[in-house]
Write a protein that binds this ligand. Structure first.
Ligand code: APR
Length: 232
């Protein structure tokens, strides 16, 4: 059975990583235009670098939760038949044991050089505008996909969606495209579709089935169901 799983901020919420669309509509006190657009960066690079430095540093104080661990168990059983796509820029899937994670919105622990376009692992700060280790120019920015930019890994994701038997969306509001359209793409290619989310997402009507509750409970239970079906 080929499965594509899409995760969003809700899967990391129980680990203590705040989601994006809280009641106040702000991301850690900032409007998204300020900290998640190329225009915002051009206007206030120091503020944006500090914002992502803080998010990167905060990774040290969070741990994967049972939902991340369950998806790692699923990868162990299914191997390449599981394609795990995340909109999250944290590293909790990897720390939970998943080895193949498609980070369509980039990663906090990666830097992108605006001068030479290199992408490289990065765990420290960028606020001091350090030189790029590859080309020496001080044009490093967080390697995250901002609004108006093209998400990563789209070829692999679209191909996996077209072959999937099951598409599962976990902890995402369904407010941001192209990820919000994956359910319809998968269904058009014949996949069954399942939503696991705290509450009905904006796209909940597109799913064949929806289960609502905390990911830390719903995901391990769903993985157990799949493992019963696929393991001899
Ligand atoms: N378990 C399951 N779902 C949860 C939990 C939980 N414990 N807590 C919150 N949720 C759900 C919320 O109900 C909401 O529907 O997770 C969803 C989180 O939605 P968003 O904050 O909009 O996050 P996401 O869908 O990942 O955002 C998509 O938007 O700002 C951009 O690039 C950013 O990747 C992000 C994208």
């Amino acid at each position: 059975m080929k499965i594509v799983v899409l995760t969003g901020a809700g899967i990391s919420a129980e680990s203590g990583v705040p989601t994006f669309r809280d009641a106040d509509g702000l991301w850690e006190g900032h409007r998204v235009e300020e900290v998640a657009t190329p225009e915002g960066y051009d206007e206030s690079p120091a503020l944006v670098q500090k914002f992502y430095d803080d998010r990167r540093a905060a990774l040290a104080s969070v741990e994967p939760n049972p939902a991340h661990l369950a998806l790692a168990r699923l990868e162990e059983a299914l191997g390449p038949d599981l394609v795990l796509v995340t909109q999250n820029i944290d590293d909790l899937h990897e720390r939970g044991g998943s080895t193949e994670v498609l980070h369509m919105h980039g990663e906090l622990l990666s830097a992108l050089c605006r001068a030479c376009q290199s992408r490289m692992p990065w765990s420290g700060e960028m606020s001091g505008f350090p030189p790029c280790p590859r080309c020496g120019v001080s044009e490093l920015r967080p390697d995250v996909v901002w609004f108006g930019e093209i998400p990563y890994e789209m070829d692999r994701i679209l191909s996996a969606l077209s072959e999937a038997d099951l598409f599962v969306s976990i902890g995402t509001s369904g407010a941001v495209y192209p990820a919000a359209g994956f359910v319809q793409q998968a269904a058009r290619s014949g996949a069954r579709t399942l939503e696991l989310n705290l509450e009905p997402s904006e796209g909940t009507v597109w799913f064949h089935e929806a289960r609502h509750g905390p990911a830390g409970q719903l995901v391990p239970a769903w993985v157990d169901e799949i493992l019963l079906r696929v393991t001899p």
